[in-house]
Design a binder for this molecule. Structure first.
Ligand SMILES: [Zn+2]
Length: 197
């Protein structure tokens, strides 16, 4: 996939979700709008699909586990987002340009040892670039995915939809700049100079 196609396709899918986000009508007894959990599922699907495509550009999303009850747990225990690959210290250190996407506390089995039991613990979801893979033109990959993740985090039950829309709008602006790099101020200056202002 070309980088520009990644940007164009992700932008289209975000706009599609945004068009379905409506405020609940306070005068109605029931809420006929799309629920936050539906929006969250749609955003989650987009996030997973494009995180997967973004690997081609050096981006990796992974879980970093907080200290568990195992005394041998190290600080940088992490797992790739597909839950398959265990990433050791050396792998973790080979990433840069990190974004913290969200924290979650749940029943989980820390991957630092196969013998661990399931327990309540927390992990952080991070997005980073493999060292040396980052470039300015790829910057919108991590930034747009981060804002999709923030929007997803805002789509919890009973949370206002403005937070979802706001984050998706920022993702769109990031993608707009990546697709059409002419700055808005340059465009305005060009329009004004054409009409002789
Ligand atoms: Zn552990």
């Amino acid at each position: 996939m070309k980088l520009i196609d990644f940007y164009v396709d992700l932008r289209a899918e975000i706009l599609e979700v945004m068009s379905g986000i409506k405020n609940a009508d306070p005068s109605l007894f029931f809420d006929s709008t799309k629920s936050n959990s539906q929006i969250k599922t749609e955003l989650n699907n987009i996030f997973i699909k494009y995180s997967d495509s973004a690997r081609e550009f050096g981006v990796e999303v992974f879980y970093r586990y907080y200290r568990c009850s195992n005394k041998r747990h190290r600080d940088t225990v992490s797992l790739s987002c597909d839950g398959v690959r265990f990433l050791g210290d050396d792998v973790y250190k080979s990433y840069e340009q990190f974004f913290v996407l969200w924290d979650e506390t749940m029943l989980l089995k820390c991957p630092c040892s196969r013998n661990n039991q399931v327990e309540i613990n927390s992990r952080q979801v991070l997005l980073g670039f493999k060292a040396g893979e980052y470039s300015a033109e790829k910057d919108a990959v991590n930034r747009s995915l981060a804002y999709v993740a923030y929007a997803k985090d805002c789509a919890a039950d009973k949370k206002p939809r403005s937070g979802i829309r706001e984050n998706l709008l920022i993702a769109i602006l990031v993608l707009n700049d990546a697709i059409a790099p002419e700055k808005m101020s340059d465009t305005i200056n060009r329009i004004r100079s054409e009409r002789g202002v």
